[in-house]
Structures are given as C-alpha cells and as structure tokens.
Design a protein around this ligand. Structure first.
Ligand code: MLT
Length: 286
C-alpha cells in the first residue's frame, strides 16, 4: 500500500485525508485502485482517456462516513494491460463485470456507483446487469444514447490516431475539448495535468476503450426503470456530452436530480471540484 502524495500527483489538489494506492490481485489479472475514507462505499469510474487519478479531488476531500474507491479500468494505467483479452473483446459489459468483481473482492455487496463520461457508460452497464448492487447512481458528463454513425466514424479516426501518434496524439486532440473554455483560460495548469494522466495509459488500453465506446448499446430504454436515487451532474461548458444529454436523462429517470455546474466543461469534477464535491458528498451520504 502506498499513499498518493500531493506533490507528485499530476492533479493539483489539497489533501484533507490520505489517498491510498492499492492493487487487488484477482484471478488472472491485477487491478490498481485508489481509496480514501471509511463508511458508505462509493465507486467512481473514470473518463476516457484518463485513469483513476481523475478522481483525486474527490478522494482527497472525502468527508467522514464515505469510503471512495476509484479503480483503473482494465488496460488503463496500473490495471494490467487487457489481462488476456484482445482490444476487440473489451466492451462496456467487460468493464462492468470487472468493477463488480472488484466490489466482491472488497466485500462490497452494494455501493454508490458513479461514473463520468465513459465511466458513466460503465455505470449504466452495471445498473443494467446488476441493479441490486447499485445503491445510488451518479451520472456525470455522460449520455445514455449509443454512438451515432458520425460518432462511430470519429472513433475510427481516433483509432487511426492512436496507431500513428499514440497517447500523446490523443491528448493533443482531446484536451482542448475535455476542458471548458473558462478552465482553459483560468486554470492552464489543468491542461498539463490532464495531458500527463493521458500519457500514463498504454495505447492498447486506450484502443480497447475506443472500440468499447463505439459498440456500446443505447441505454435510453433502461432509464425509466432505474429504481435507485440518481444524481446527474454536467458542466455547463461541456462540448463532448453537452447539457442537453443530461437534461434528456433527467427527464427519463423518475425522481432524478440534475446539477449543472457553471464554469466547468466535460471534466467537471476536476474543473470545479468544490461544487462537484458538494453535490457528490451530499448525494452519497443521504
Ligand atoms: C470520455 O470522456 O469518457 C469520452 O470522451 C466519452 C466519449 O468519447 O464518448
């Protein structure tokens, strides 16, 4: 076990509590996850093309009564590259099964499950296959719909870019869109931090995720049947999954709450961590 200390972390944040970096040795693969706090379990799933440190501002400030777990999804950062699967074999259901297996390993029958963007696609997959394991659901800067044909063509361009330019090519293309215009203007260090997170991922893990996003199912029909409390969060300046996507989910999920964060883009939890944490901690603790 090691602590993830502030000075060496790419993500700038002040730590109230130690964040531990751990490895779970599961049958046939190992998973790196970050953990902080104790109490109600909260599992947070990162966006593409980041990794578990995407959630450092939430881990570092976790209040009494919550235990946050943030894994690297299969093939990302410290989770063994693809662990026996080819990149074409990985789907959102693969990631969902992986998260459920980690929860079982950690003796967590149920948890608050939260995901941002791709992490939200995985959270929706978990809500579809094992709703009883989800006590509450956080969907941040994500959407329920599948890729359009235009979106799928964009995935093919991303795969070609990965093959020729690797993670640095992906970072150069995506970082300006991942962060909102206010953040790019007022927090220039965050662009560098996000770039460094992206560069810590292996190309195979990233290409598996691109394929998994390209082939993910439409979850729109699932939304009215979600029975647990749902919080939807979206950065007002998100250009990847704009507020309209969140409003659509808000209309479809009975009793869902929607929080739109001003001055935040797609990576709203990194861009406006205080406002994001207020919403997350209140929701998870209630
Ligand atoms: C993400 O932030 O996880 C991805 O940009 C989502 C996507 O490309 O659909």
């Amino acid at each position: 076990m090691s602590h993830v200390p502030c000075p060496t972390s790419h993500v700038p944040c002040h730590y109230n509590v130690p964040v531990r970096s751990r490895v779970a040795n599961l049958p046939g693969r190992s998973v790196r996850y970050l953990e902080a706090g104790s109490g109600i379990p909260v599992v947070l799933l990162h966006a593409f093309p980041l990794h578990a440190e995407h959630w450092l501002p939430q881990l570092a400030k976790v209040p009494a009564g919550l235990r946050i777990i943030a894994p690297d999804l299969r093939g990302f950062a410290g989770s063994e590259p693809l662990a026996g699967l080819s990149s074409a074999d990985v789907s959102m259901d693969t990631y969902a099964a992986d998260v459920l297996e980690l929860m079982a390993h950690l003796e967590m029958p149920r948890a608050v499950i939260g995901g941002l963007s791709m992490g939200g696609y995985v959270a929706l997959a978990i809500a579809r296959v094992q709703p009883a394991r989800v006590s509450r659901l956080l969907l941040a800067d994500t959407r329920a719909t599948a890729d359009t044909p235009e979106g799928q063509a964009g995935r093919d361009r991303m795969l070609a870019l990965l093959a020729t330019a690797g993670p640095s090519g992906v970072a150069a293309t995506m970082v300006p869109r991942l962060l909102g215009e206010t953040t790019r203007r007022e927090q220039p260090d965050l662009s560098d931090a996000v770039t460094r997170l992206i560069m810590e991922n292996a190309p195979e893990g990233l290409s598996a995720a691109v394929r998994a996003m390209k082939t993910r199912p439409d979850s729109t029909a699932l939304l009215p049947s979600i029975a647990c409390p749902v919080l939807i969060v979206c950065g007002e300046e998100d250009v990847i999954t704009p507020v309209g996507d969140s409003e659509m989910m808000h209309r479809a999920v009975p009793g869902a709450e929607l929080v739109v964060l001003p001055r935040a883009g797609h990576l709203s939890n990194l861009e406006q961590p205080i406002a994001f944490n207020d919403a997350l901690y209140r929701f998870a603790s209630s």
